[in-house]
Design a protein around this ligand. Structure first.
Ligand SMILES: [Zn+2]
Length: 244
């Protein structure tokens, strides 16, 4: 595995991601919701930016693109073709099955609708990395916000569940502690969940991100991945919206 990934906090509780392909030194930023932390991360990694990867059109994932691109004009802005009309200007519009290159690293584009209809993820297959935006979080999942979203999100999570369990899930938000409270209300005796919740508390107390998580961990602990069927998933997703 030659791809280094680093969660960079931005805005209130978002993460943008810094990726570096070690053999070539190529660098990408995923989902820059804010320019300043993205620019600082790129400068810290050597001042080279090859690509800006976008999972979906929400402002907290794209609002830093214009300023980041202005600072590093050689960076290719890459996002989903279905959302061309509501993403910042793209240099590469991609769809399910397309391949995106970062130096020697290769990502397969997965269309994972549900949170939004055009949501995509970048799967660096050989590196076991999934840039999954707001599809899945540690112990949680995104909120379906557009028509047909509930079933689409369920199907997208089914696809994620079939990836190699060692896959590192690079999520768009630090929601783990509040997700853990809901998850424990659903599945209080799950030992893997209790362990992940405890570990998250310790990491946050130390000021560190709880992500990336791994698919193996989420298969064992995440109540949305563990739902038996669409009906149970829907009930949990709706209960989560009202959970305090
Ligand atoms: Zn979003």
């Amino acid at each position: 595995m030659s791809l280094r990934v680093e969660a960079v906090p931005c805005l209130q509780d978002n993460y943008l991601w810094l990726l570096r392909d070690n053999p070539t030194g190529a660098v990408a930023i995923c989902d820059p919701g804010e320019a300043a932390p993205a620019i600082a991360a790129v400068e810290g990694a050597g001042g080279r930016l090859d690509a800006i990867l976008l999972t979906h059109h929400h402002g907290d994932h794209v609002d830093g693109v214009e300023e980041l691109k202005a600072r590093f004009p050689g960076a290719r802005v890459i996002g989903g073709a279905p959302d061309l009309h509501r993403l910042p200007p793209l240099d590469e519009a991609v769809k399910e099955g397309d391949t995106v290159s970062l130096g020697a690293a290769r990502a397969e584009v997965m269309h994972l609708p549900g949170h939004t209809t055009g949501h995509i993820a970048f799967h660096f297959v050989a590196d076991h990395v999934l840039l999954c935006g707001d599809v899945i979080f540690a112990l949680g999942c995104g909120r379906p916000l557009e028509p047909g979203g509930m079933e689409a999100l369920w199907q997208s999570l089914r696809r994620v569940a079939r990836l190699p369990p060692s896959t590192r899930l690079c999520c768009g938000h630090e929601y783990t502690e509040s997700n853990a409270r809901f998850a424990l209300s659903v599945d209080p005796d799950n030992q893997a969940l209790r362990a992940e919740a405890e570990a998250a508390g310790a990491l946050r107390a130390a000021g560190r991100p709880t992500v990336p998580t791994t698919l193996a961990q989420e298969l064992a602990a995440n109540p949305f991945l563990r739902a038996r069927d669409l009906a149970e998933f829907t009930a949990r997703r709706e209960a989560k919206n009202h959970f305090r």
